[in-house]
Write a protein that binds this ligand. Structure first.
Ligand SMILES: O=C(O)C1=C[C@@H](OP(=O)(O)O)[C@@H](O)[C@H](O)C1
Ligand SMILES: C=C(OP(=O)(O)O)C(=O)O
Length: 439
């Protein structure tokens, strides 16, 4: 695992991005394809699977619970489903690395199993808040022992047949909490329903439906019962818009750029980054829109544009939640001021993404002021310097993209965790025209 802190990126300033690439598979869908494929009856074939550390943590966890899984080989994975009640007790704690999605979704899925298990992770994951899932799960009858401050390791007691469905009004807009409770609801008596305060990514609901498991959605509420089964299916995972986002911003801010990103998932619960960049004046075309396995997909063509500062509409925040580190770089290159509010969730991701980005951008000479729930950025000239990603993949890649408009080299510390979501980042960035190397 990538606990080492010694990978350092160095970016030479300037350049433009040109060409056509396909970024790797969607991380959210890759996790879910393993979870639901494992619980299905029959053999599920996945293509486009993300071969990166986070998704591999989920895959290894299911192997440890007795599921036979082949691959990934060139993005292909074959999951020999064991059925809804076929998982076996793991012999050791399940190590989930850096992956919040694995830990939060698995806590719901495992709360209603007939065996006990322990979920652990790296230093970052074991400092992230887990009460947001353990508290509602406890209301359903789950027994999960956390550390004193509600963090992992999580000790989950098997409660087969003892969970009770309930209604839950989520206090935060979180797809991980919603998905956790829906997965627990597959093992609970009666109905489990979850209402979200604002739309969040709906891959769990869509993929459950793809496996033939009844889940109903009415407005902001999703409902599920234990009266269903999953039937194996084929899943084509599109490219991850969260990985594409680095190049949507990069090609927008670098002069003379023209990039096409092929086969990107454009589920409307994920396209906030396109909406925000367009509000800032970006030139992004959505081409060849099509539907693949219940998810909308398109090619995205992006060309350089002079961006303008904006007040980012709060309703777009959950729809672009992982893209803010790179959107802060876009704002740094925009004319005028950009203001983000309503994004306090950024403080509890792999790093405190508000503080880490504000600190790094200030080192690079940008007037970026962290606020409790967002940031105020005045566009300006990005300079060179040494910044720290704090072991967060998205901040590491965002500072790399900043190099396209920098006046001097940028050195970025602690970049090993780029492997959690986008191991090919550097290769693809170099191919398009960014001069980024490991030193
Ligand atoms: O459900 C998912 O796959 C994810 C949901 C988001 O987290 P929250 O739902 O906690 O905001 C996002 O930040 C994460 O990268 C993936
Ligand atoms: C927040 C992220 O992932 P997770 O919560 O799964 O660690 C992310 O990939 O930006």
């Amino acid at each position: 695992m990538s606990s080492s802190t010694n990978v350092i990126f160095q970016v030479q300033p300037g350049g433009s991005l040109n060409g056509e690439i396909r970024v790797p598979g969607d991380k959210s869908m890759s996790h879910r394809s393993i979870m639901l494929g494992s619980l299905a009856d029959g053999v599920t074939h996945v293509t486009g699977f993300l071969n990166a550390e986070d998704a591999m943590c989920t895959l290894e966890a299911f192997r440890a619970m007795g599921v036979q899984i082949e691959g990934p080989v060139n993005g292909e994975v074959t999951v020999h489903g064991v059925g809804k009640h076929g998982l076996k007790a793991p012999e050791k704690p399940l190590y989930l690395g850096n992956s919040g999605t694995s830990m939060r979704l698995l806590s719901g899925l495992l709360a209603g199993q007939p065996f006990d298990c322990v979920l652990t992770g790296d230093k970052s994951l074991e400092s992230r808040p887990m009460k947001r899932v353990t508290a509602p799960l406890a209301q359903m009858g789950a027994e999960i022992v956390t550390q004193e401050n509600g963090t992992a390791p999580l000790h989950i007691k098997g409660k087969a047949g003892k969970l009770q469905g309930m209604h839950y009004d989520m206090p935060i807009a979180s797809a991980q909490v919603k998905s956790c409770l829906l997965l627990a609801g597959m093992y609970a008596e009666g109905e489990t329903s979850v209402t979200e305060p604002a739309p969040t990514r709906d891959h769990t609901e869509r993929m459950l439906a793809g496996f033939g498991y009844p889940v109903t959605r009415d407005g902001a509420t999703a409902r599920i019962t234990s009266n269903g089964k999953l039937t194996a299916t084929n899943i084509d995972v599109p490219s991850d818009i969260s990985s594409a986002a680095f190049f949507l911003v990069g090609a927008s801010i670098a002069p003379n750029s023209d990039v096409t990103l092929k086969h990107v998932g454009i589920n409307p619960t994920r396209t906030g980054v396109i909406d925000i960049l367009r509000l800032m004046g970006a030139n992004i075309e959505v081409l060849n829109e099509r539907e693949v396995g219940g998810e909308p997909v398109a090619d995205l063509r992006v060309r350089s544009a002079q961006l303008q500062g904006i007040n980012i509409p709060e309703h777009l925040v959950p729809l672009a939640i992982d893209e803010f580190p790179v959107l802060f770089v876009a704002a740094s290159c925009a004319e005028g001021q950009t203001v983000l509010t309503g994004a306090e969730e950024l403080r509890v991701k792999e790093s405190d993404r508000i503080q880490v980005m504000a600190d790094g951008l200030q080192i690079l000479g940008i007037d970026a002021q962290a606020t409790k729930d967002g940031m105020v950025i005045n566009g300006g000239q990005i300079g060179g310097g040494e910044v720290d990603s704090h072991g967060d993949h998205r901040t590491a890649m965002s500072f790399s993209i900043a190099g396209l408009r920098a006046s001097g080299p940028i050195t970025i510390k602690d970049c090993a965790n780029v492997n959690t979501s986008f191991p090919e980042f550097r290769d693809l960035a170099v191919k398009l025209g960014l001069d980024v190397s490991v030193i």
